[in-house]
Design a protein around this ligand. Sequence first.
Ligand SMILES: Cc1ncc(COP(=O)(O)O)c(C=O)c1O
Length: 414
Amino acid sequence: MAPYALRADLIDPPASAGATCPTLSLVSRSPDWVAPGLTRKTAAFLADRPQTPCLVVDLDVVEDNYRQLRTALPEAAVYYAVKANPAAPLVARLIALGGRFDTASLPEIDLCLGLGADPGHLSYGNTIKKARDIAAAHARGVDLFAFDAEEELRKIADNAPGSRVFCRILTDNTGAEWPLSRKFGCSPAMARDLMRLAGRLGLDPVGLSFHVGSQQTDPTQWHHALETCAGLFRDLRADGLSPSLVNLGGGLPTQYGRPVPEVGIYAEGIRAAVDRLFDGEAPRLAIEPGRGLVGNAGVLETEVVLVSRKDAGEERRWVYLDAGRFNGLAETEGEAIRYPITTDRDDDGAGTGPVVLAGPTCDSVDVLYDKAGIRLPLSLTAGDRLRLLSTGAYTTTYASVGFNGFAPLEAHYL
Ligand SMILES: Cc1ncc(COP(=O)(O)O)c(C=O)c1O
């Protein structure tokens, strides 16, 4: 099997945003890539050997991703999915750029508001909310809420009267490396009924949303969901409603080991589908990127704690790191998300051999990659450093508070 260690030809540094988006006033800070997945700023920070494990995020990469998306799809309002990485410096940078925010909970709402976000720029996008949290969000000025069930809709009507609401529809998550299953959304038929009910409850049923699955590597997946939305828009208009918003959800991928289409391909596909499907009455668009905005901005620096074999005759080594499934690397579940890996010893000429990569806790599920066919340098030994690239999304907040006594993942924002 091909080595999984990072190959330069597998990861292209993102192109600069070039002319930048005309709606932004800040001067673009294009990241300076010195190696695949590594910027000059991050490399300089890591050269000082910070304590491990730690995540280092270059905010210029986030800004560059944001600008690229705004340039590629200027017709869509960008609501950053805060759950991907809720670090204050990151959220503050996006506020400065004019970003909006998809929030999952009251603490995420308070985080954004505390940093100066306009409540009118927040969407409470979780379809599962407590009545008192809806009321608290509404009291803070938030007036855009997601729902996918009658009970949720009635909670919103009671606790955030008159608010704008959008219904999340079920979508097929084919092509997604981190699918979201049937947990969220409802059938189109149910969405039609609920949107009508929303109107009767005094809410403003502004539109529909969907999520095609996270790390969606197939840009055509948005077409299918948009087709459903277009059909529903026709039905709702026939019902006397005036839906105007399609929320394209998350799903934009980041660059892990395998190349993914660039954001412009997704944008072109979405634009073509909207033009073709909505009979000249183009909806307003929103998009909620998480991983696609912050994934490739992060590098997770770890230390090798132990290299061992289960039998002297076995070729495959076990490499245990000081970071694992419980301190940031939860998305290695099922080996679904495969972070590119580099080590201190990649260039020492000693060759590579197969490994199982595992975390430091005494839990047997704390194994990162067993079947992924990872090969690491034969010279690797305790004390060496190992980097997992593209770890800016869904890492810090997944870390346990202290499983086996290991602290949550430290993070540095540059
Ligand atoms: C409602 C909603 N929007 C956006 C996102 C972000 O998705 P992604 O990180 O795939 O862009 C999520 C992720 O779970 C989500 O639940």
